[in-house]
Design a protein around this ligand. Structure first.
Ligand code: SF4
Length: 694
């Protein structure tokens, strides 16, 4: 509880950090926020919160906020503060001019998974209905785009299958590539509670995360795999399940495509996928792999939770499909306690993807190539929609360097700090003639911007966020927008400055448009949200009360589809010059690149990133605990302090990426997932050597 005065009113709203989506009561005295407490009726958090959410008000009211629009003709000029009208007119004229000169596909937008559904919907609509192209992408590109592809292929929709309550019926919980107690703390606490009640835990992670061994919780199995070998491990588990007769044949026959199952079973049964054959490659003892597969298949209700340690790989989509295969093989689907659940890093990753911010999909995951889908939006928007999928973020940057992409509207996302291969991002931005940054702070991307539009924090707007369990939560205006407009209003003003005629007066009207065009949201209204507190999509005629659990009687795509998961080694190789593998993650008190949490009380608990290194690797390099070290890869180098620990295995080092001075993305490679271009942040060959400091 943060107390600074006596409140005279309160507003229920939703945390803007992680995909748990905790509800908070924000209490005000006049126009001052005096207290934020977790709301006991919040269905995702039931009165709990973590240290990030509690102090989130700090960044919203931080003096670093930019509250005036700014423009400049070129990035070597100083910023000039102007009024909203001048800034929007400047931006609109520049973007229209670029389209006239270079063609309508020469500009695009990047949306943020931090923004509301309504804001995201309007930004992708700006691209499609005003720019008249599909150049729209989201920062989900760099985190959970493989979830979209993998679960879409196997089950038919890109969403977690369960609600958080489902954990209470789990007997075995398999956590792969996620660290819930740090990344999703309120869910992590719920998971620990279930483990204390007797559920068994399997952790697949190169690092010994807290869940592996903490007071009252101990994993039955920790598979400390070599980074980059997820697919081999998951396929080896499937090998054991198939060859030892542990499949749920009746589920497979009833719910899945039998021919595809047989092909898959033949594939995984091949001896080259056996635990013994993959032990050397993965670093996981064969006996552990066998015991893990048996426990997951026969331990009762088995639930899988995964995170960016699965997706941010060159085979991220393959691993997601492998995980989906495991659940189908064992019949762990369609009832409480089971399922496949991506733990979404940001508050509205699910919603950002639902709202059509990918360049190939309109809202509701429907491909832009389908004429019947385009017709729905053409009717609603009164324009002809480009049938060609647009550019992904990395394609926009490539095209900018090649001179084919000239203008970008980037809302709530610092691509220079968040995206891989910082030098390439900078080159792409520098090559553009108009970069519009719409954000709370002058972030790193703004160094390359020509227009800066001040953003509104989560406390300054109405809207909705959709959490990791597809729960649509209301975001409510606690205080008036500090810069004068909420983000959805700014996007609308920009669209109108470019010739559109949008006239929403409240985000509830945008939700009405979403409901009218998107079947899974057809029944969602603000009235219903206020009445029920929150709703899990699909919410429509068939499911008027929403849908806590997916794929109960059948998969969204009809029959579940087994996908072949051939392991292909990443191109990122260790060698004499770069003998260690770097992997990355988050810490409890900080969030992503720290733009928000570094501007809150949370810096008390974490003021710098460190490199975790195994005692053996430190000793052979003459590195002591707390020493400065140089961390170098083929892409670049940085300096940080060493933390000697056996949480990491020999040959593996680990760091967080919360502080800009760490420049983690100077180190990472430009390799990415084969299907979605999600960057391979989790595997980088590095060398570590003593240093005198930065
Ligand atoms: Fe809840 Fe996540 Fe916010 Fe923490 S960061 S309060 S777990 S939504």
């Amino acid at each position: 509880v943060i107390e600074m005065g006596t409140p005279d009113r309160s507003v229920i709203t939703t945390c803007a950090y992680c995909g748990v989506g905790c509800s908070f009561k924000a209490e005000m005295q006049g126009d001052q926020l005096v207290r934020m407490t977790p709301w006991k009726h919040g269905k995702a958090n039931r009165g709990h919160s973590c240290v990030k959410g509690r102090f989130a008000y700090g960044y919203a009211t931080h003096p670093d906020r930019i509250l005036s629009p700014m423009i400049r003709d070129s990035i070597d000029q100083p910023w000039r503060e102007v009024g909203w009208e001048e800034a929007l007119s400047f931006a609109a004229t520049k973007m229209r001019g670029l389209q006239e000169k270079y063609g309508r596909r020469s500009v695009g937008v990047i949306t943020s998974s931090r923004c509301t559904n309504e804001e995201t919907y309007l930004v992708q609509k700006l691209a499609r209905a005003v720019f008249l192209n599909n150049n729209t992408d989201t920062c989900a590109r760099v985190c959970h785009s493989p979830t979209g592809y993998g679960l879409g292929q196997t089950y038919g929709t890109s969403a977690g299958t369960q609600d958080f309550d489902s954990i209470e019926a789990s007997d075995v919980v398999l956590v792969i590539g996620a660290n819930p107690t740090d990344g999703h703390p309120v869910f992590g606490s719920r998971l620990k509670k279930r483990l204390r009640q007797g559920a068994q835990l399997i952790v697949i992670d190169p690092r010994r995360i807290d869940l592996v061994k903490s007071p009252h919780v101990r994993a039955a199995h920790h598979l400390a795999l070599r980074p980059g070998t997820n697919v081999a491990v998951v396929t080896a588990l499937a090998h054991v399940i198939v060859t030892e007769g542990l499949c749920d044949e009746s589920f497979i026959k009833e719910r899945c495509d039998w021919d595809e199952f047989q092909q898959y079973a033949e594939f995984v049964a091949d001896p080259r996928h056996s635990p013994e054959a993959t032990e050397m490659l993965t670093g996981v003892p064969a006996a552990e792999l066998r015991a893990t597969a048996r426990l997951y298949a026969k331990g009762g209700n088995g639930a899988i939770y995964y995170g960016l340690g699965v997706t941010e790989h060159s085979q991220g989509s393959t691993t997601v499909m492998g995980i989906a295969n495991l659940a189908m093989l064992t019949g762990n689907m369609g009832r409480p306690g089971v399922g496949v659940n991506p733990l979404r890093g940001q508050n509205n990753v699910q919603g950002s993807c639902d709202m059509g911010s990918f360049p190939h999909e309109l809202p509701g995951y429907r491909h832009v190539k389908l004429p019947e889908v385009r017709a729905i939006f053409e009717d609603a928007w009164g324009v002809e929609i480009d049938p060609e999928p647009g550019l992904r973020i990395n394609n926009m940057l490539d095209a900018a360097v090649e001179g084919r992409f000239r203008g970008l509207y980037c809302q709530g996302e610092d691509i220079l700090q968040s995206d891989p291969d910082t030098k390439h991002v900078a080159a792409g931005l520098a090559a553009m003639e108009c970069v519009i940054v719409h954000d709370l702070f002058l972030n790193e991307t703004a160094n390359y911007a020509h227009v800066f539009l001040p953003g509104s924090s989560f406390l300054e707007k109405d809207g909705t966020f959709t959490n990791a369990e597809r729960r649509i939560n209301r975001v409510r205006e606690v205080m008036a927008p500090k810069a004068g407009y909420a983000d959805w209003e700014v996007t609308q003003l920009l669209a109108n400055a470019m010739g559109a005629d949008w006239h929403h007066t409240h985000p509830s009207q945008i939700m009405a448009e979403i409901a009218a065009t998107t079947p899974s949201f057809a029944g969602v209204t603000y009235d219903l949200l206020d009445q029920k507190g929150s709703i899990q999509w699909p919410c429509n005629e068939t499911h008027p009360e929403g849908t806590p659990m997916m794929h109960v009687d059948g998969f969204v795509r009809g029959k579940g589809r087994f996908m072949i998961t051939e392991y292909v080694a990443t191109d990122e190789k260790t060698g004499p010059r770069f003998p260690l593998l770097l992997t990355t993650g988050r810490i409890l008190s900080q969030y992503n690149v720290g733009a928000q949490t570094r501007r809150t009380e949370n810096v008390i608990w974490h003021d710098q990133d460190v490199l975790e290194i195994h005692p053996h690797d430190a000793e052979v390099r003459g590195i002591r605990d707390g020493d400065w070290i140089r961390l170098a890869s083929r892409s670049g180098d940085t300096t940080l302090k060493a933390l000697i620990t056996d949480r990491v295995s020999p040959g593996v080092v680990y760091t967080t990426f919360h502080h800009p001075e760490t420049q983690a993305n100077v180190i990472t490679t430009d390799y990415s997932d084969w299907a979605t271009n999600c960057p391979e942040y989790k595997v980088t060959a590095v060398q570590v050597s003593p240093s005198n400091g930065p």
